[in-house]
Design a binder for this molecule. Structure first.
Ligand code: HPA
Length: 231
C-alpha cells in the first residue's frame, strides 16, 4: 500500500512492464498473462499481476508525463521493492528515415526540464538506462530477428510546443516522448534498473502516423520484446 497504489506489497511482482496508457495495460494483461488479477485501480492507473510463461510480472500504467511517471516509479521501487521497470511507450521521430513502427531502445534520455534539480539539487539533464537490462533486450531482439534502433530520446514536458531548442539535436535525440528521463533518474536514485522501449507512432518531419491497426500490431512487437527480455 502506498499513497497512489492501493494494494499489498506481495501483489506487485519484482519486475514491472509500464505502458503510459491504462487500456494498453488491460490489453497486455488479457492477451499475454495467465493467472492474472487486477491489483490496483486507484485513479484508474490499472495494474495487473500474472504469469508470462511462468514468470511473475506486473503490468502497470505510468500515466502521461514525468510527474506521473515519477510518482508511480518512485512508489514501485521504494515502497513495493520492485527491482526493474521496463517502459513500453510511444514517441515521435525527429528524422525522416525513422519511420512509424520503428522500435527505439533508449540509450540515454535527455531533458530540458529541471527535474533532477528539483529532486536532489542535481544539474543532470541526460541519463542512461540500465546497461544490464538493455543488453538483455538487445540479445532478445537479436534472437527474435527484430530490428531495433538504439539511441537517445528527448523527454519533453510538452506535447504541444512551437520552439525546438538546439540542445535537443546537440544531444543526438532520435525522437521525443514524455516519461523516460523521470523513470531512469528515479531508478538511478533508488539503485534499481530501468529500460525504455519506444515504438515510433508519428514522424514529426513527414507527419506520417500509424493507423490504429498498425499501432496495435507494432505495439505487440515492443511488448513481447519487453516480456521475453525478463524471462
Ligand atoms: N511528442 C511527445 N510525446 C510523444 C509524441 C510527440 O510527438 N509522440 C508520441 N509521444
Amino acid at each position: 500500500m502506498s499513497v497512489h497504489i492501493n494494494t499489498k506489497k506481495e501483489n506487485i511482482a519484482k519486475t514491472v512492464i509500464m505502458p503510459g496508457d491504462p487500456l494498453r495495460v488491460k490489453y497486455i494483461a488479457e492477451k499475454y498473462l495467465t493467472n492474472v488479477s487486477l491489483v490496483n485501480k486507484t485513479r484508474l492507473c490499472l495494474a495487473y499481476t500474472g504469469l508470462y510463461k511462468d514468470r511473475l510480472v506486473t503490468v502497470m500504467a505510468s500515466g502521461m508525463g514525468m510527474p506521473s511517471m515519477a510518482i508511480y516509479s518512485y512508489e514501485l521501487f521504494n515502497e513495493f521493492d520492485v527491482d526493474k521497470i521496463i517502459r513500453v511507450g510511444s514517441c515521435g521521430s525527429y528524422y525522416e528515415e525513422i519511420r512509424p513502427r520503428d522500435i527505439i531502445l533508449v540509450e540515454k534520455a535527455f531533458t530540458l526540464s529541471n527535474f533532477a534539480y528539483q529532486y536532489d539539487k542535481e544539474n543532470v539533464n541526460i541519463i542512461e538506462g540500465s546497461s544490464n537490462l538493455n543488453k538483455k533486450i538487445i540479445d532478445t531482439a537479436f534472437k527474435k530477428k527484430l530490428d531495433i534502433r538504439i539511441g537517445n530520446i528527448n523527454t519533453s514536458d510538452l506535447f504541444y510546443n512551437k520552439y525546438e531548442n538546439p540542445k535537443i539535436r546537440e544531444n543526438f535525440c532520435l525522437g521525443v516522448e514524455m516519461e523516460t528521463f523521470a523513470l531512469f533518474y528515479i531508478a538511478k536514485k533508488s539503485s534499481k534498473e530501468a529500460s525504455s522501449i519506444l515504438t515510433v507512432s508519428d514522424n514529426l518531419v513527414t507527419k506520417e502516423e500509424l493507423t490504429s491497426e498498425e499501432r496495435e500490431k507494432t505495439f505487440d512487437e515492443a511488448i513481447t520484446l519487453a516480456l521475453d527480455s525478463i524471462l
